[in-house]
Design a binder for this molecule. Structure first.
Ligand code: PXP
Length: 247
């Protein structure tokens, strides 16, 4: 079975657009849960542009599946994670000016610091995943720094698929899909869990879900976008059904 982590940041984005109290990500988490989400993901950004500390505190108390805290590898965030104790933390690179996470974490370029941060979180009982590009150098570094899982950045695959006529047989989509698959094999050979996510949607998810050994998919924007029209519970249910068809 492939687990689906639903990222609800954009519910908070809508709330913050008015600096008000609705829609509440807590309600979104409950709806996602009822639709079959296996985990709830929130990204507590340094600038608190969508999810704020209050959300993480309350979600920690109410999420009954798995809470996945996406975060930059900073001392502040590691401190928050060790106090809140989500089941899982996913370390991502964070840029103040980016609209969303743009690329994978440079693990190889900061091994010592990451090793220390990961050890602190693992000691607190948190399962640690790193969001990385499908790059063998980064995968090997992830194993060295003590990551338990790697989430392969599926953005390049999603982009190639979209740009080449939404044709999975296109050479560009196939090449990017093969990179994600090879990354997954390397991750598993090094004893880590193979997760994937970013820019996955209702038309591009199935080839990724069909890759051997993929354990979790993390999806946000497409699900929250569809939820505007069909409701979040139904949007999650539809994504779960597509994944189940091929996995
Ligand atoms: N995984 C990671 C590490 C992310 O940073 C994001 C975006 O917040 C996602 C998955 C979900 O990406 P999307 O919103 O494009 O589905």
């Amino acid at each position: 079975m492939i687990y689906l982590g639903v990222n609800i940041d954009h519910v908070a984005t809508l709330r913050q657009a008015r600096r008000t109290y609705e829609p509440d990500p807590l309600w979104a988490a409950a709806e996602a849960h009822l639709g079959g989400a296996d985990a709830i993901t929130v990204h507590l950004r340094e600038d608190r542009r969508h999810i704020v500390d209050r959300d993480v505190e309350l979600l920690r108390q109410s999420v009954q599946t798995k809470l996945n805290l996406e975060m930059g590898a900073t001392d502040e965030m590691v401190g928050i994670a060790c106090r809140i104790k989500p089941e899982m933390a996913t370390l991502v690179p964070e840029g103040r000016h980016e609209v969303t996470t743009e690329g994978g974490l440079d693990v190889a370029g900061q091994e010592a610091r990451l090793k220390e941060n990961i050890a602190r979180m693992r000691d607190a009982g948190i399962y640690v995943s790193l969001f990385i590009d499908a790059d063998p150098r980064q995968i090997e570094a992830a194993a060295r720094v003590g990551a338990q899982a790697c989430e392969i950045h599926t953005g390049p695959y999603a982009h190639a698929f979209h740009e080449h006529g939404r044709d999975i047989e296109s050479a560009a989509a196939q090449a990017e899909l093969a990179k994600v698959g090879a990354g997954g094999t390397a991750i598993r050979q090094l004893g880590m869990r193979f997760n994937a996510g970013h820019a996955l949607n209702y038309v591009n998810v199935q080839p990724i879900a069909a890759l051997p050994g993929v354990c979790e998919l993390h999806i946000g924007h497409a699900i929250v976008s569809r939820a505007i029209f069909v409701g979040l519970r139904e949007a999650v249910r539809e994504m779960k059904a597509l994944i189940r068809e091929v996995a």
